[in-house]
Design a protein around this ligand. Sequence first.
Ligand SMILES: Cc1cc2nc3c(=O)[nH]c(=O)nc-3n(C[C@H](O)[C@H](O)[C@H](O)COP(=O)(O)O)c2cc1C
Length: 174
Amino acid sequence: MTNTLVLVFHPDLKGQSHVNAALAKAAEETPGVTVRDEYALYPDGKIDVAAEQAAVDAADRVVLQFPLYWLSSPALLKTWEDEVLEHGWAYGSDGHAFEGTEFGVAVSAGSPEEAYQPDGANKFTIDQILVPFEATSNYVGATWIKPFVTYGAFGLSDEALAESVEHYRKFLAK
Ligand SMILES: Cc1cc2nc3c(=O)[nH]c(=O)nc-3n(C[C@H](O)[C@H](O)[C@H](O)COP(=O)(O)O)c2cc1C
């Protein structure tokens, strides 16, 4: 069984979150999956780099789960990248932490899928918007997996959320 680490970056997972809370719960229920609620672990933004690196070292697959904020991630994920992806661990001649590791993202977007088209409101596809994460995966020598996306998170119906949760279970169980 693949040992999957899901790092959730939502500022209020246990409060305001609708979509990511449901996805994180499904992840927790999936065998072989470990979930870390990063904002709950580090409410002051001070990341325990050794603990994060140990969690990645123990995984065969790392999934960054977050709501899309300004066509990117919530701020703590950027801090996580800046501090955890150290030279000599993640990259550089001695940095092999992600070799043989699958790496991907699970994002929720308030806008519908139509907005993420060349002729839609955002003018770019979600794959284009997520290129910095794919390029980071390449940079650290991981194997990029196709993003898991929940569109239309604003006012998502219970049925649509349940469908996304079922797809997420399958995505993580692969
Ligand atoms: C600060 C902020 C920025 C956001 N930026 C975007 C955005 O660029 N594109 C988009 O589709 N949704 C955007 N949203 C909507 C969130 O992605 C959406 O509320 C979230 O995915 C819902 O997940 P949740 O129920 O777990 O909070 C933004 C929301 C906030 C609070």
